[in-house]
Design a protein around this ligand. Structure first.
Ligand code: C2E
Ligand code: CA
Ligand code: CA
Ligand code: CA
Length: 279
């Protein structure tokens, strides 16, 4: 639009104006979401594809806005990142997830791995590491039970603050997981640069895994490469037995998707795991 110079204004159709206004309203509401208690976390089980045992879960954020109803994260997370709101929201998330998982582990009597999504804006925030360490101590969580999911787009930025923060997290014992693998740019060089312990095959590849030979070949190549590097593989968006069978036959380690469970509130996750929880 910039290249259009003086004529830029003609791109601002009434529809786009409404969109911009909506964004602003969403942002205004999001600014108060934490204090109003409108955010909550859900947890999607991850299962060992061989035994079908739940071995972990991914923490996913939800926003129930009094004004807009349930706003999907694909809508509000980018907004939170652009506005910087991701920092207070991300801090709320860490506190909530760590509290939930420590209660869950106490009830279960075993350690469930939990994966959290961290955006580049959070990693660049100077106080992030300190806050992270604080909550880890407060809830006495074992660092190796935590996986930090990051996307390739984050790594593309390659700035010192981000890389320094990732290095520090790894030194603290945290595990790194590469999210949405296969959808970004030169993922392979990042596997060399960082000690990732996990790769998540994007659900775009998993969808047609059992019907599209091209997608199947790509998945096999990803799995083979990961195995060679000693990295565990998660298949995302597993919705059918055929997909799960394909993945487990070809030695992917973990499955996540609606076939096993939708993301659940903590109480429902406990129900799914067959335990009650007191938090
Ligand atoms: P993601 O990290 O790739 O998360 C996986 C998404 O796939 C989730 O969408 C999940 O609900 C959905 N999903 C899981 N299984 C299936 C399936 O079998 N079929 C289909 N169609 N979808 C499935 P969700 O919860 O809407 O989150 C969307 C994105 O928002 C996430 O993508 C992540 O990038 C971001 N996000 C969510 N929570 C957080 C958070 O706490 N912090 C940050 N920074 N980003 C978050
Ligand atoms: Ca993720
Ligand atoms: Ca993903
Ligand atoms: Ca995604």
């Amino acid at each position: 639009a910039k290249a259009a110079g003086r004529n830029t204004y003609r791109f601002f159709t009434p529809e786009m104006n409404r969109d911009a206004a909506l964004r602003l309203e969403l942002e205004t509401e999001l600014r108060h979401a934490v204090e109003r208690g409108e955010l909550y976390m859900v947890y999607q089980p991850q299962v060992d594809l061989e035994t079908r045992q739940v071995i972990g879960c991914e923490a996913l954020m939800r926003w129930s806005s009094r004004r807009f109803g349930e706003v999907p994260p694909d809508r509000f997370i980018p907004l939170a990142e652009e506005s910087g709101l991701i920092n207070p929201i991300g801090e709320w998330m860490l506190n909530r997830v760590f509290a939930d998982i420590s209660a869950l582990n106490r009830t279960l009597g075993r350690h469930l791995a939990v994966s959290i999504n961290i955006s580049s804006r959070q990693l660049r925030e100077p106080s992030f590491l300190e806050r992270f360490r604080h909550y880890l101590d407060e809830y006495a969580l074992a660092p190796d039970g935590l996986l930090i999911e990051i996307t390739e787009s984050l790594l593309v930025e390659d700035d010192e603050a981000t890389m320094g923060c990732l290095d520090a997290l790894v030194r603290m014992g945290m595990r790194l997981s590469m999210d949405d693998f296969g959808t970004g740019y030169s993922s392979l060089s990042y596997l060399k640069r960082f000690p990732f312990s996990e790769i998540k095959i994007d659900r775009d590849f998993v969808r047609d895994i059992s019907t599209d030979p091209g997608d199947a070949a790509l998945c096999l190549a990803i799995i083979a490469m990961a195995k060679g590097l000693g990295i565990q593989v998660v298949g995302e968006g597993v919705e059918t037995e055929a997909q799960a069978d394909f993945l487990s036959e070809h030695e992917a380690d973990i499955g996540q998707g609606y076939l096993f469970s939708r993301p659940l509130r903590l109480e429902d996750l406990c129900g799914y795991l067959g335990v009650g929880v007191r938090s």
